[in-house]
Design a protein around this ligand. Structure first.
Ligand code: PRX
Length: 645
C-alpha cells in the first residue's frame, strides 16, 4: 500500500499548498478519488461563512467504515488494526487484525440494530479505553447512528446534560474502567445520570472490571449476551448503511466561553478525508508503522488519530487503557519498547509530568524504534520540547507540534515530520487547504510587525473538509461562537504569532476558555458549578501558569458570612466542599487548584467583573495591574492582592 497524496519534500509541500489555495475544490476532489464511495459527488464545495454553510462532496454516498475496514480486508486483513495494551502490564494485550475488527464491528452493529438503534439516532458512549469502545464507535458509524463519546472523567450531571442536549435514546457503557490504581464505576455514574431521564431506552453494558452493577429490567442489557445471540445466528457481516456525505458522523461536546458545553458536529465525508490526509502527511505514516496516540477516545484527538485517521489509512494503531505513571513513570517507554512503536503522539502536559520523574524511568527502555514524535492540545514550552527531543527522540526524530481543535476535526497547523522544518514551540506552517489569517480586535488583518513578529487573533479564511458543520440542535450558536466575531472568517479563539517565514506560534486562548492538562474547560462553566454550592454568593475563575498542567484553575469566591470559621466548618473544609461540588457538577478535571475567599470582586460601574485584573493577580503580576480607577470599589483589589494564594 502507498499513499499517492503523501507529501515527500518541502518543495512538494509548497506546490501542493499553492494548488490547494488556488483551487481548493479541485485539490480535495483529487484526494477524495482515493476513497471508497457508494456514489460520487456532484458538487465538491458549497459554502458561505455567513449562515454558516459548509458542504463538501455534496451528492456523494459512502460509509466511513467501508473506508476504515472493508477496503483493507482482501490485501491486509491479517495485519493488526488495533493493538490494545491493558492498564495492568501483567494482563495479556489484545491484537485485532483488520479482519477481526471488521467482524466485531459487524456483530456489534447487529446488536445495535437488535436493540432498536437506527440511522440518525444518537448513541452516547461512556466507556474506558478498551477495544469495545472502538468497536462501539465504528458499529454506530456502520449503521449510521450518530455517536457521542463522553470522556470517562465527566460526572453524572455532565452526562445528563449531554444526553438531554443530544436527545440521546441509547447508551453504550462498561461496568467499570481501570485507570492506574483506580477502578471507576462507569455504569453506576450512568445510573445516576439517568435518574429522571425519560428519553433513554436502552443501555448496553460491556464487562471489564466485574464491579457489581444494577441492571434494570427492560432497559439494561449485557454486551456479551447480545453478542452471543448474534453469534448463534452466525452473523459476521453487516451491510454498511449508505450515508450522505454531509450526514452527521458524530457529536463531541466541548467547552466554550459561555454556557454549557456545545455539541460539535462533524460530517461523514469531509471529516474522513481530512482525518486521513492529515494523519498520513503530518506523521508521515509508512505501512507497517505502529502509531501510538496516547489520548483518550473521549476527546477529538482520540477520534481522529487513534481511530478514524489511522484506520482509514490501513494503519496499525495502539490503544492504551492506563495512565503514563502507573505502575511507574516508565509506562509509555515500556510500551514503546514492547511494541516497537514508531510514532508517539502525546500532550505537553504528559511530557512535563514525566520530566518531573527524571531520566530513571526512561533508562533501560529501548526507544530506537521511534521515528516521529508529536504533541497536541496546548502550547509546548521549549524546555519540554528539548527534553522530548533529546531523551525520547534521541535527537533523531522530528517532533510535530500539531495545532487544531475539536471544531477543526483534524490538524490545521503543523510541520510535516521530516519534510517541513520544525521549530521548538512553533506549530509552524498551515496544512494544504488551510488559510490562516491574523486579525486585530476589529477584524483587520495584521500587517505591521511588533518586535519582529505579527501578532493577532487566529482566524481561518476558507473551509477545509473537516470544518465544524453545526452545534447540535442550535445552529445559531455555531454561527455566533465561530463565524460572527469577524465577518467571513472562522474564529479559533486562539491568539498567535507569525514570523517572517510564515511560521505560526500559538500563544493560547484569547477568550474565557482554559486549557488544563490539555483539557478544555470554560471559566463560566466552573463558576456555575462553584455557585451551585449553597454557601457561595459569587465567584470568578481565571487561569494561571502551572508547571505541569500548563494552566491551573484559580477561583475567587465570595462566601456567605465568614468563611474563616462558621457553623459549617473552617476555610479548608469549605474549600473541600466546593471541590466536591465541582466534581459532582462537571467532573474532577474541572476542580480548581486554588480557591481564594474574598469579600468582593473587582467590578466596573456597570457590574462587569474585571477578569483582566484577577488574571494578573493569579499570575503573580500584582504590581502591574494597569488602570483600576474605573472600578466600583478599587479597595477590593488591595484585599485580593494581600490574600493571594
Ligand atoms: O488553544 C488551543 C489548544 O487547544 C485548543 C483546542 O482544544 P480542544 O478542542 O480540546 O482540542 C485539543 C486537541 C486538538 C486550541 O484552541 N491547542 C491545541 N493544540 C495546540 C494548542 N495550543 C498550542 N499548540 C498546539 N499544538
Amino acid at each position: 500500500m502507498s499513499y499517492p497524496y503523501q507529501i515527500k519534500s518541502y518543495e512538494q509541500y509548497q506546490k501542493d499548498y499553492q494548488r490547494s489555495i488556488e483551487d481548493p475544490a479541485d485539490f480535495w476532489s483529487e484526494i477524495a478519488q482515493h476513497f471508497t464511495w457508494k456514489k460520487k459527488w456532484h458538487t465538491t464545495l458549497n459554502w458561505n461563512f455567513k449562515e454558516p454553510k459548509v458542504e463538501w462532496f455534496k451528492g456523494a454516498k459512502l460509509n466511513i467504515t467501508e473506508n476504515c475496514l472493508d477496503r483493507f480486508l482482501e490485501k491486509s486483513g491479517d495485519i493488526p488494526a488495533i493493538i490494545w495494551e491493558p492498564n495492568d502490564p501483567e494482563e495479556h494485550h489484545r491484537i485485532l487484525t483488520y479482519k477481526k475488527l471488521y467482524e466485531k464491528v459487524c456483530q456489534f452493529a447487529h446488536v445495535l440494530k437488535n436493540n432498536g438503534i437506527k440511522k440518525g439516532d444518537r448513541v452516547c458512549i461512556y466507556m474506558g479505553m478498551i477495544p469495545e469502545l472502538a468497536i462501539a464507535v465504528l458499529a454506530c458509524a456502520r449503521i449510521g447512528a450518530i455517536h457521542s463519546v463522553i470522556f470517562g472523567g465527566f460526572s453524572a450531571q455532565s452526562i445528563s446534560d449531554r444526553l438531554f442536549d443530544a436527545q440521546a435514546e441509547f447508551i453504550v457503557t462498561c461496568d467499570g474502567a481501570y485507570r492506574g490504581q483506580k477502578d471507576i464505576p462507569l455504569k453506576s455514574v450512568i445510573d445516576d445520570a439517568l435518574i429522571g431521564n425519560r428519553t433513554v431506552k436502552k443501555v448496553i453494558v460491556s464487562t471489564r472490571t466485574r464491579t457489581a452493577v444494577s441492571m434494570i429490567k427492560g432497559r439494561d442489557v449485557w454486551w456479551e449476551d447480545e453478542i452471543k445471540k448474534v453469534e448463534t445466528m452466525g452473523l459476521t457481516d453487516f451491510p454498511a448503511e449508505e450515508m450522505d456525505a454531509e450526514d452527521p458522523l458524530f457529536i463531541l461536546y466541548t467547552s466554550g466561553s459561555t454556557g454549557k458545553p456545545k455539541g460539535v458536529v462533524h460530517s461523514c465525508a469531509g471529516y474522513m478525508i481530512y482525518a486521513n490526509y492529515t494523519f498520513i502527511n503530518v506523521f508521515q505514516y509508512q505501512p507497517g508503522d505502529i502509531h501510538f496516540c496516547t489520548a483518550d477516545i473521549g476527546w477529538i484527538t482520540g477520534h481522529s488519530y487513534i481511530l478514524y485517521g489511522p484506520l482509514s489509512a490501513g494503519a496499525t494503531t495502539l490503544m492504551f487503557e492506563g495512565v503514563p505513571t502507573w505502575p511507574d513513570a516508565g509506562r509509555f517507554w515500556d510500551i514503546v519498547d514492547k511494541y516497537r512503536v514508531n510514532i508517539l503522539y502525546t500532550a505537553p502536559t504528559a511530557i512535563r509530568s514525566l520530566m518531573g520523574f527524571g531520566l530513571g524511568p526512561v533508562h533501560g527502555h529501548d526507544l530506537s524504534s521511534l521515528k516521529v514524535l508529536g504533541t497536541v492540545g496546548e502550547p509546548i514550552n521549549e524546555e519540554a520540547w528539548h527534553w522530548y527531543n533529546e531523551h525520547i527522540g534521541k535527537k533523531k526524530c522530528p517532533i510535530v507540534d500539531t495545532w487544531w481543535q475539536t471544531e477543526t476535526g483534524g490538524i490545521l497547523i503543523s510541520n510535516l515530520a521530516g519534510i517541513t522544518p520544525a521549530k521548538a514551540s512553533w506549530a509552524t506552517l498551515p496544512l494544504p487547504g488551510v488559510q490562516p489569517i491574523l486579525v486585530d480586535d476589529q477584524g483587520h488583518e495584521i500587517v505591521e510587525k511588533e518586535d519582529g513578529l505579527y501578532k493577532g487573533n487566529l482566524c481561518i479564511k476558507h473551509p477545509w473538509p473537516a470544518t465544524i458543520r453545526t452545534t447540535y440542535g442550535d445552529h445559531e450558536r455555531c454561527r455566533t461562537n465561530y463565524f460572527a466575531t469577524y465577518e467571513n472568517l472562522y474564529f479559533t479563539g486562539d491568539g498567535a504569532l507569525k514570523d517572517e517565514n510564515g511560521f505560526y506560534r500559538i500563544t493560547g486562548r484569547v477568550d474565557d476558555v482554559l486549557n488544563v492538562s490539555g483539557h478544555r474547560i470554560g471559566t463560566a462553566e466552573v463558576e456555575n458549578a462553584i455557585n451551585m454550592h449553597s454557601g457561595v454568593v459569587e465567584s470568578a475563575v481565571v487561569g494561571y501558569p502551572h508547571d505541569i498542567k500548563g494552566q491551573g484553575i484559580y477561583a475567587y469566591v465570595i462566601y456567605q458570612g465568614s468563611h474563616q470559621q462558621n457553623s459549617h466548618g473552617t476555610a479548608d473544609l469549605i474549600r473541600k466542599d466546593i471541590l466536591q461540588t465541582v466534581t459532582r457538577i462537571i467532573g474532577a478535571i474541572a476542580k480548581p487548584d486554588k480557591i481564594q475567599f474574598v469579600s468582593g470582586l473587582p467590578k466596573t460601574r456597570s457590574g462587569k467583573i474585571m477578569r483582566r485584573i484577577l488574571r494578573k493577580i493569579a499570575e503573580g503580576e500584582i504590581d502591574n495591574l494597569g488602570d483600576t480607577t474605573t472600578l466600583l470599589d478599587p479597595n477590593v483589589v488591595d484585599e485580593i492582592k494581600n490574600g493571594k494564594l
